[in-house]
Design a protein around this ligand. Structure first.
Ligand code: HEC
Length: 172
């Protein structure tokens, strides 16, 4: 009986030992995993920071996004429009400047109307849209992307609203 109990105690003990061993063995990977998670967590803040810095939507303030478009507007205007509309004027048809007074009188004082005139042209103004028709009404030079015309329309409207402040200094 004693021996039996000793044995059983023994087995119990070894069982306990083996359970403990199992727990220990299982604990190790868990501990390791926790460590790995901690390791990853220590990486998370810099990763999130990098993501925020690289993500244009979450990090770029609206005003700087607008500045970029104004810059693009300036560049596009210099490329395609300045020849006839320097400083918002009109060297071919002086009553059709890009100043609000003329735009209003000619019914071109909305972004949409400016877009349409720039896309399809009007009178002696050539159209710059990809699908500008008829050909004789369109520029012989490079056509503009729809997005570029949209930027130009926004830019012209903005400049008109502000009385065409000088854009000379904006580039470089
Ligand atoms: C070859 C000269 C020429 C170029 C280049 C040119 N335009 Fe014009 N633009 C004109 C003429 C001429 C008119 C007057 C058209 C009319 O009303 O019959 C005009 C009219 C306009 C009008 C309407 C102005 C008003 O008061 O009625 C807008 C807006 C305009 N142009 C925008 C642009 C933009 C933007 C560009 C560049 C993509 C551009 N133009 C390039 C000659 C030009």
């Amino acid at each position: 009986m004693k021996i039996a109990s000793m044995i059983s105690g023994c087995t119990h003990y070894t069982q306990l030992l083996s359970i403990k061993d199992n727990v220990m063995r299982e604990e190790k990977p868990i501990a390791k995993r926790v460590k790995e998670v901690k390791f990853l967590k220590s990486f998370a803040p810099p990763l999130v920071a990098a993501f925020l810095v690289l993500s244009p939507i979450s990090n770029t303030p609206v005003s700087s996004a607008q500045t970029v478009d104004i810059q693009r507007g300036v560049t596009l205007f210099r490329q395609a429009c300045i020849g006839c509309h320097d400083a918002g004027g009109n060297i071919i048809q002086p009553a059709s400047t890009l100043f609000t007074k003329d735009l209003q009188r000619n019914g071109v004082d909305t972004e949409e109307a400016i877009y349409r005139v720039t896309y399809y042209g009007k009178g002696r103004m050539p159209g710059f849209g990809k699908e500008c028709m008829p050909r004789g009404q369109c520029t012989f030079g490079a056509r503009l992307e729809d997005e570029e015309i949209k930027i130009l329309a926004e830019f012209v409207k903005l400049q008109a609203d502000q009385g065409w402040p000088s854009i000379e200094t904006e580039e470089k």
